[in-house]
Design a protein around this ligand. Structure first.
Ligand SMILES: Nc1ncnc2c1ncn2[C@@H]1O[C@H](COP(=O)(O)OP(=O)(O)OP(=O)(O)O)[C@@H](O)[C@H]1O
Ligand SMILES: [Mg+2]
Length: 343
C-alpha cells in the first residue's frame, strides 16, 4: 500500500482529471466568497446569518446521536462502497433513516454507484455557501447521500478548520438521522484517519488477497499506535464461503492480537457473487435488483448483525450513546507521516 496516497484507479479517471481544474477553481472561489462574507459579518457590513438551533440528532428520546459506522480498508477496490450502499439500503428497509457520507474525498464515486447526480457536494458545505439540506441528495429507499467532490485536490487533505466545520454542520443538521455510514477512501491518509476517528464502529473490509490482509492489518496498526483505537470489526468480502472468510479473519486477528492489543470481531462475510458484478454493470444495487442473490442475503445478515450489536450496546449503556462526532475535537491532529511500521 502506498501510505498516505490516494489509491490509483482507472475507471472514470480521465473525466475526473478533465474536471479537476474547473472544480478546484470553483472551490477556491467559493472559499474566498465565504471568507469575504465572514469578514463582512465581522465588520458589521452585512447582517449575520442566523445560527441554526442545536437540535440533537436521532429520533429516540434517550439517544442523542445517530449510530456512526465507517467502512474502511487498507487496500483499495475491496468492496467498501458496495458494502456501504447495500448496508444503507438494508437499514433503510428496516425503517431507519440513513446518511451515507462519501468520504473518498479525492475520488468520490457513491453518486455513480447509486445513479444520482448531485448539484452540490461537500466542497460547497465546507466553503459555507450551501447548507447540508441543499447538498445532501436522496438515493434509493430514501437514503441520504452527502457527496464528495471528485478530483478536487483541496479536499484530499482537509485542513483542521475544514474538519471542524464539517463536524459542526453534521452536529447541527436537523435531519433526524438514525445511522451515518462513512465510506472512506482506501489507505491511511490523514482524511481516512480523521473519518475513522469520528465514528463509533469501524468496519474493516478485507478480501482473501494477501495484500488486502496485510493492508487491513497496517491500517489497524496505525489507528492503534497513533490513536489508541483497539476495537474493529472485520467483514471479509469476495470469498467462496464461511470457511474461507474465517481463514482470512484468523490470519488478521492472530497477528493483531499477537503484536498489538487489538480486539477484532468477525462481523461476517460477503460471497464473491456474479450477480453483484452484473448489478454493478447495470448500475443497480444488488440488494434491490437481485434480492435473492447470495450477496444480497449476506448484506441482510450483516445489517442484522450490526443492528443486534447496537441494541446490545444500548442495553449495556442503559440507552446512552458513548461516542459522538464531537469526540474528534478532543483528539490530537494525526501525525502527517502515515507509513505503517513493520510488526
Ligand atoms: N462480493 C463481491 N462479489 C463480486 N465482486 C465484488 C464483490 N465486492 C466487490 N466486488 C467487485 O469489486 C469492485 C470494487 O468494489 P467497490 O467499488 O465497492 O470497492 P471500494 O473498496 O469501494 O474501492 P475504492 O477503494 O476504489 O473506493 C466492484 O465493482 C465489483 O466488481
Ligand atoms: Mg469506494
Amino acid at each position: 500500500m502506498e501510505s498516505g496516497q490516494p489509491v490509483p484507479r482507472c475507471e472514470g479517471i480521465g473525466i475526473m482529471i478533465d474536471d479537476m481544474d474547473n472544480q478546484a477553481a470553483r472551490l477556491r472561489e467559493l472559499t474566498e466568497q465565504a471568507q469575504k462574507r465572514r469578514d463582512d459579518e465581522a465588520r458589521g457590513l452585512v447582517p449575520p446569518r442566523p445560527v441554526p438551533p442545536r437540535t440533537p440528532l436521532g429520533k429516540h428520546a434517550r439517544r442523542k446521536v445517530p449510530y456512526t459506522l465507517a467502512v474502511t480498508s487498507g487496500k483499495g477496490g475491496v468492496g467498501k462502497t458496495l458494502v456501504s450502499v447495500n448496508l444503507a439500503v438494508r437499514f433503510a428497509q428496516r425503517g431507519l433513516k440513513v446518511l451515507i457520507i462519501d468520504a473518498d474525498l479525492g475520488l468520490a464515486n457513491i453518486d455513480v454507484v447509486l445513479g444520482v447526480t448531485p448539484k452540490y457536494n461537500m466542497a460547497d458545505v465546507l466553503s459555507g455557501n450551501q447548507s447540508l439540506d441543499d447538498v445532501v441528495v436522496q438515493g434509493p429507499e430514501g437514503i441520504y447521500i452527502l457527496p464528495a467532490a471528485s478530483g478536487v485536490a483541496e479536499l484530499s487533505d482537509l485542513s483542521e478548520e475544514q474538519r471542524a466545520s464539517l463536524m459542526d454542520h453534521l452536529d447541527n443538521w436537523n435531519a433526524d438521522i438514525d445511522v451515518v455510514i462513512v465510506d472512506t477512501g482506501a489507505g491511511i491518509s490523514p482524511n481516512v484517519r480523521y473519518f475513522i476517528l469520528s465514528v463509533e464502529k469501524i468496519l474493516v473490509v478485507a478480501t482473501p488477497d494477501p495484500s488486502s490482509i496485510t493492508d487491513a492489518y497496517a491500517l489497524m496498526k496505525v489507528m492503534y499506535k497513533n490513536h489508541r483505537l483497539n476495537n474493529f470489526d472485520l467483514v471479509v468480502n469476495q470469498v467462496t464461503g464461511l470457511k474461507e472468510a474465517k481463514r482470512v479473519y484468523k490470519a488478521i486477528s492472530d497477528v493483531s492480537s499477537r503484536f498489538l492489543n487489538i480486539g477484532l470481531q468477525f462481523a461476517g462475510y460477503i460471497p464473491k457473487d456474479d450477480l453483484l458484478q452484473q448489478a454493478v454493470r447495470e448500475q443497480q444495487l444488488v440488494s434491490l435488483a437481485y434480492p435473492e442473490a447470495e450477496s444480497s442475503i449476506a448484506f441482510t445478515r450483516l445489517s442484522q448483525w450490526l443492528v443486534e450489536t447496537w441494541q446490545r450496546q444500548e442495553r449495556d449503556n442503559n440507552g446512552q450513546a458513548t461516542f459522538f462526532w464531537g469526540r474528534l475535537l478532543d483528539e490530537e491532529d494525526p501525525p502527517s507521516t502515515s507509513e505503517p511500521e513493520s510488526s
